[in-house]
Design a protein around this ligand. Structure first.
Ligand SMILES: Cc1cc2nc3c(=O)[nH]c(=O)nc-3n(C[C@H](O)[C@H](O)[C@H](O)COP(=O)(O)O)c2cc1C
Length: 219
């Protein structure tokens, strides 16, 4: 049975990102996979890479040795047949939690060798999900496409072939009238949440299934 690890890197555990991560995991489960869903912000305290270089010592090659809240997540990914990872866009990038996991996951695999780049023996399919307030129409202009491509490149090289699912122009809060915000049209946000977001959920479900059923290649 295939094992799929699904990581929600949003501090909110029932909102946009968490919903799509869970939907993708459900798609994988419906196709017979064993799934493990992890809410990153519920874990024990963790940090990004602390530059100990333990993972570059001959006895630990490819393995982060920092034993904090992320250690079981890295272990689960190491034993998984697929990774679903989702994050909201925070200030033009992924969340700090995503970054911490990304640093540890990628750096442990990366070699400082000219002969080969990665210590990972196997490649696994990766689905990277990002949700954002901004509309996808602006992604090229505001650098989000380039940012996503950079992450995709790193995942492709050090984890496995990576596909991206975007859910943009999301509903950020239930009741916009409570806040002194002038940028948004609450009606538009609500309508999008009711019409477009369910379509994004369907895409997540289908991609989760495809991760298990294949074929899967970086697009
Ligand atoms: C601290 C913070 C920073 C954010 N920065 C951006 C941003 O730069 N661009 C953007 O499009 N959305 C930004 N957002 C909005 C979120 O990306 C968006 O609402 C997302 O769908 C939230 O995901 P969640 O519902 O899973 O928490 C930000 C939200 C927060 C809380």
């Amino acid at each position: 049975m295939k094992k799929i690890v699904a990581v929600n890197c949003s501090p909110r555990t029932a909102w946009n990102t968490a919903t799509l991560v869970r939907e993708a995991a459900k798609g994988a489960e419906e196709h017979g996979a064993q799934i493990e869903v992890i809410d990153l912000y519920k874990l024990e305290k963790f940090t990004g890479c602390v530059s100990c270089f333990g993972c570059k010592l001959p006895q630990n090659l490819g393995k982060c040795i920092c034993r904090d809240g992320l250690a079981p997540v890295l272990d689960a990914i190491r034993n998984a047949d697929g990774l679903i990872i989702g994050s909201p866009n925070y200030l033009g990038d992924m969340t700090a939690g995503f970054r911490a996991l990304f640093e540890r996951l990628i750096f442990q695999a990366l070699t400082y060798k000219t002969e080969f780049r990665s210590h990972n023996e196997k490649q696994i399919p990766v689905l990277m999900i990002m949700t954002s307030n901004a509309s996808e129409d602006y992604y090229a202009q505001i650098g989000y496409d380039a940012m996503l491509q950079r992450y995709q490149g790193s995942f492709n090289t050090f984890v496995g072939p990576t596909r991206i699912l975007i859910s943009s122009d999301t509903l950020q809060v239930k009741d916009y009238s409570r806040y002194d915000w002038t940028m948004f049209d609450p009606e538009h946000k609500k309508q999008r949440h009711e019409t477009v977001f369910p379509e994004d959920q369907k895409k997540a479900l289908a991609l989760g299934t495809q991760m298990v059923a294949g074929p899967w290649k970086s697009v």
